[in-house]
Design a protein around this ligand. Structure first.
Ligand SMILES: [Zn+2]
Length: 399
């Protein structure tokens, strides 16, 4: 929690103002502010001040960031890709702690001040990946918020003991129970979902399920998720990541499902995949479904693309959605900021008095132009503390 006065900025591309942060919170916004003696002062040089970006779905333990270029030679089939990853990670020269720290610093440098990360748990990995990521975060927790998801990437029902480890992770810094393709990976949709919803119910945890299964199968499984959310009273605490079935399912069934998601406040996260239909995000948002964009896989054994920059991801979404008006472009950027914060239930996100004193400065004319040009982030502030400058991480643990 720090104090900081930033002068001469344009909050959300509005009128020139100063922003005073005291005790880690925004205390005042307006022209000609003065700060208590001893408060650090920074000249914003006319930059646009943005509420920070939010990264609601990434994999900090999978990242190969910082290693030499890793050519993707992905074997055919999901099972083969999973096994390929385990084999490659077995021999990596850098620890989870090292790789996760690199990606977190990159995310902060690009303007994200909160991250939700899925972490692989299995009887092979045990909780080693959780411990590695938490060790990295320990050094930089003043720079970025972090929420971890217990993720059974290699299967849960088919890996006896995995579910026990996932539940145990809830006592070691993990707060969300994950799941993955209950039909394809485990071959037991109801058993998979009963298990993870049971853990969440017992431990008061949230849920975030990878659902890549498309069309009728995906919608069927989404219905099972809805049933369990309603039965256990978990409205507002369940997220479905990817949800391709909302992009390629039968229109009448998709429409009915969107109504149900809104009623149960089940969130939808999309990484805007390259070759696959993705959920109709604006339609979801307009219907009242919590929804947000995310990076997901970045430069790992699955995917050579990505840079941890949510502004880039918002632009990609705008491009693929053929958004062109300024209002549309601003709405695309909010998919990586306010909507992500709402979906994760973050308190105090925004540029208003009383909000967390976190913000991003970017040079530019307005938010629409910033989304299209994606300029280097001039300054990133977390709770009044400067944590990145000129696109480089400068916060605690900087290297
Ligand atoms: Zn993922």
């Amino acid at each position: 929690m720090s104090d900081l006065l930033i002068t001469n900025v344009r909050p959300e591309d509005g009128a020139p103002s100063d922003i005073l942060i005291t005790g880690g919170r925004i205390a005042a916004i307006g022209p000609g502010l003065t700060a208590p003696p001893g408060t650090p002062v920074r000249d914003g040089a006319g930059a646009i001040a943005l509420a920070p970006f939010v990264e609601p779905h990434v994999h900090l333990d999978k990242i190969l960031w910082g290693l030499p270029w890793h050519p993707i030679n992905v074997p055919a089939g999901l099972r083969a890709m999973i096994d390929n990853e385990v084999e490659i990670r077995r021999n990596l020269p850098y620890s989870v702690e090292d790789r996760a720290g690199r990606l977190m610093r990159q995310c902060v440098a690009m303007g994200s001040t909160h991250i939700r990360s899925h972490i692989d748990i299995s009887t092979f990995y045990k909780l080693d990946n959780v411990h590695g990521v938490l060790a990295a975060w320990e050094q930089m927790k003043d720079a970025v918020g972090l929420e971890l998801v217990a993720f059974p990437q290699t299967g849960m029902m088919i890996d006896p003991g995995c579910a026990d480890l996932m539940e145990a992770a809830l006592d070691e810094g993990v707060s969300v129970i994950g799941g993955i393709d209950p039909g394809t990976i485990d071959g037991d949709p109801k058993g998979h979902l009963d298990s993870i919803f049971g853990m969440a119910d017992r431990k008061g945890a949230k849920i975030d399920i990878h659902l890549h299964e498309s069309g009728e199968l995906g919608l069927y499984e989404m219905g099972l998720i809805c049933d369990r959310t309603a039965a256990l009273g978990l409205q507002g605490r369940v997220v479905i990541s990817h949800a391709f079935c909302l992009g390629d399912g039968p229109p009448d069934k998709v429409a009915a499902m969107i109504d149900r998601l809104a009623e149960l406040q089940i969130g939808i996260i999309s990484a805007v995949p390259g070759e696959i239909a993705f959920p109709p995000m604006f339609r979801l948002a307009n219907r009242g479904v919590p929804c947000a964009l995310a990076s997901d896989s970045i430069r790992d054994t699955w995917n050579p693309h990505g840079n941890g920059d949510m502004l880039d991801r918002c632009w990609l979404f705008a491009f693929r959605s053929w958004c062109r008006t300024d209002a549309e472009l601003r709405a695309c950027m909010d998919m990586g900021r306010a909507r992500g914060a709402d979906l994760l239930g973050l308190q105090g996100h925004g540029l208003a008095v009383g909000c967390e004193g976190s913000l991003v400065l970017v040079p530019g004319e307005n938010r629409a132009q910033v989304l299209v040009d994606r300029p280097t982030r001039a300054l990133v502030v977390k709770s009044g503390r400067i944590v990145a400058e000129a696109g480089r991480y400068t916060g605690p643990g900087a290297v």
